[in-house]
Design a protein around this ligand. Structure first.
Ligand code: GLA
Length: 380
């Protein structure tokens, strides 16, 4: 599709194409920036790029989704306040050059079907897709992990969102029909097979909260504060990843309430991910579902990143036959819930939760049944 659009717009064949998916996180929320564990998978929705070289240093970038075009020189790449959609690509160009990959001007078209501002990492799919595009176009060597770090750098430093590495990693290295078990400290990972007997049903609350980014930053800081307080209690740790549940509870009375609850979520969530991986590997889907449910409760009560809409979607899903587990996914304050559902019940759950939510809240949420899919560099 993107190939064709490029031909129509620029009257020539593209020299390179790339594709990077969005992701949904099954469990391990707000753990990545605490050096912890996550278990996401790429979804069958992606951003695609097509382009060719120019002989100068100008990049002409066209967004199919926004039906808009920008031009900039690789010699000085400013943040674009008007066409904010272009900043993910700009950031990637800037840091590729900074890290020693000489680029050339190019005409590039991109677009896709990852729902935006829905907690499904459309931005990571643009960043990883952009890195993949340049690597294919110019053929320079770049190990996947370095490409992932660079994509994250574009998000953190150019766009200015202090997120962890989960989204870019999932977009790059997920594998079809598998979940990706990632240790965000040393970036070691393993693909864990997902049973063919279950489906991932996702409901989109449709809520896009401005609060999401500022509250995300607050959570990052609160975790750092919790670490500092625990360190002053003579706990030799670098991050919340290093904290054992018993060590935390032993010091509970000496932490302030917010620090304690934020730490409790992260510490227990890391345990849940480890247990969830084990459950998946042993085919214990009910146990996996129960861990998802517990994750939601912890995010709601201790981490305080859920919302009434997300809670309603979770509640409605849990009352449906065939639902193994239901929880919010992504940063929170809106976005989506993810549900693990027996395959034969998936269609009914998909429809019933939408109907009941519409009855309760007056609008029908978008929903998706996603396939766990290959990342941009699956197999590398
Ligand atoms: C967002 C961030 C991720 C991660 C999640 C919460 O998706 O981009 O790095 O922190 O929130 O788990």
């Amino acid at each position: 599709m993107i190939h064709q659009t490029f031909k129509e717009l620029f009257g020539a064949e593209p020299e390179a194409v790339s594709r990077a998916p969005g992701r949904v996180n099954l469990i391990g929320e707000h753990t990545d920036y605490n050096d912890g564990f996550v278990l996401p998978t790429a979804i069958d929705r992606a951003t695609e790029f097509a382009g060719r070289r120019r002989s100068d240093r100008t990049v002409v970038l066209y967004s199919v989704d926004f039906e808009a075009r920008v031009e900039f020189s690789l010699d000085s790449i400013p943040f674009d306040r008007e066409h904010t959609w272009s900043n993910y690509f700009r950031g990637v160009c800037k840091y590729l050059e900074e890290e020693g990959h000489r680029l050339c001007g190019a005409e590039v078209v991109f677009g896709g079907n990852v729902p935006r501002e829905s907690g499904l990492s459309s931005s990571a799919s643009v960043e990883v897709g952009a890195v993949a595009f340049w690597r294919t176009l110019l053929g320079f060597p770049l190990a996947p992990r370095d490409g992932i770090r660079l994509a994250r750098r574009a998000e953190n430093q150019f766009v200015g969102v202090p997120s962890g590495i989960m989204d870019q990693f999932a977009s790059a290295l997920s594998r079809r029909n598998h979940a990706l078990f990632l240790d965000c400290r040393d970036l070691s990972y393993r693909h864990v097979p997902l049973s063919q007997g279950v489906r991932m049903v996702v409901f989109n609350s449709g809520v896009k909260r401005a609060l999401a980014q500022s509250e995300y930053e607050v959570r990052v800081r609160q975790c750092q504060q919790a670490v500092a307080q625990l360190q002053s209690e003579r706990l030799a740790i670098h991050s919340l990843r290093d904290v054992e549940p018993v060590a935390l509870e032993a010091r509970a009375g000496r932490l302030d309430d917010v620090s304690l609850r934020r730490a409790r979520h992260v510490v227990s969530e890391n345990q849940r991910v480890l247990e969830a991986v084990q459950a998946l590997e042993q085919g214990e889907l009910a146990r996996f579902g129960a861990l998802m449910n517990a994750s939601h409760e912890s995010l709601r009560k201790d981490y305080e990143v859920s919302s009434p809409e997300l809670d309603t979607l979770v509640e409605l899903a849990r009352n449906q036959p065939g639902v193994l587990g239901a929880r919010m996914t992504g940063a929170g304050f809106g976005g989506c819930t993810v549900n693990l559902v027996h395959a034969e019940a998936a269609e009914a759950v998909y429809k019933n939760v939408q109907d009941e939510y519409a009855r309760k809240r007056g609008y029908r949420p978008e929903a998706y049944i996603f396939q766990a899919s290959d990342g941009a560099w699956a197999g590398e």
